[in-house]
Design a protein. Sequence first.
Length: 136
Amino acid sequence: MTVKAQGNQAVPKATGSMVDLKETVFDFGKIPQGRPVTHEFGVINHSTDTLKLENVQASCGCTTPIWKNDPVAPGGSTKINVGYNAAAEGNFEKIVTIYYNGSQLKTIVIKGTVYKAPATSAPTNSSIDLLKQTNL
């Protein structure tokens, strides 16, 4: 947290917004279809007022945010976990809106590419059947 001295006390420096996000976009990269993923976003209260996360809302049902309703003291921090179900194949970009302290909001984004996972953990080897037949 950036501070400036005022007498003998350190006070938070005004940043224009009471909420500072450690990151606003997270790219999962390539993920296999059917394997849910999660990412944790850090939230820091850079004001002299208490931060109250009122709601965290995803742009669709495939994205699930989880957060604590506990007030965050000035200079304190909290976390928002965002999960994505990875059911649909292809590129995705989902917006999550954070509503706090009455009428303020911030957005975070998750994105990535879901690829179709193979049906088995290893590719089939047709030579094994041939070896089984010759060793009988």
